[in-house]
Design a binder for this molecule. Structure first.
Ligand code: AMP
Length: 185
């Protein structure tokens, strides 16, 4: 199973990706987590990436794609990939690189912006610096609609999209995703 998870900040991508990866016995790859790890290491790439993360802007396509492809190469045939692709050009380039495309299905965790704002405000205690600043959160939401809504449409047009109501409790969302995926196979 090669699965993508798409959704606005606060939609629960990380939580659902972890649950699905465990369920399918495949690695969980998070583009945001990979980038944060580079920042933590603090070398040249990390310093470059840090500026984008702090501002709530997308990191450059080529940079993110390289980091994600490296993780995919290590992952083997199955994975749950979360947070990537986030732009149409990332999606198109990734599909071109992989013989069978990047994924078998893309799960869209649908969440109204006001619920996303509330959730992010609640999780600031967990310590992500890009969750703390309201302006940064608003930029991430705007960026999601401008850059990633078209990615959702891209997978819908290809018949690969499964949309799930992400306002529900996490275990209900997981069950809904599994049911929807079973319906597509
Ligand atoms: P996330 O953990 O998915 O919310 O991502 C945190 C931050 O990492 C984002 O706000 C972006 O700055 C960066 N990022 C993660 N994934 C991507 C991506 N696919 N393309 C560009 N930037 C990304």
């Amino acid at each position: 199973m090669r699965l993508l998870l798409l959704g606005a900040p606060g939609a629960g991508k990380g939580t659902q990706a972890a649950a699905l990866a465990e369920r399918f016995g495949v690695p969980h790859i998070s583009s945001g987590e990979l980038l944060r790890r580079h920042v933590a290491v603090g070398r040249k790439l990390g310093r470059k990436v840090a500026a984008y993360l702090e501002r709530g802007e997308l990191a450059p396509d080529a940079l993110v794609s390289a980091v994600v492809e490296e993780a995919l190469a290590r992952a083997g045939p199955g994975y749950v990939l979360e947070g990537f692709p986030r732009t149409l050009s990332q999606a198109r380039a990734a599909d071109a690189r992989h013989v069978d495309g990047l994924a078998d299905a893309a799960v869209f965790l649908e969440l109204p912006d006001d619920v996303a704002r509330q959730r992010i405000a609640q999780r600031t205690a967990a310590g992500r610096s890009d969750d703390r600043d309201r302006e940064v959160v608003e930029r991430r939401l705007r960026t999601f609609h401008a850059e990633t809504d078209p990615v959702v449409d891209y997978y819908r047009d290809r018949g690969l999209l499964v949309t799930v109501d992400a306002t529900q409790p996490p275990d209900v969302v997981t069950t809904a995703i599994l049911a929807a995926l079973a319906g597509t196979s």
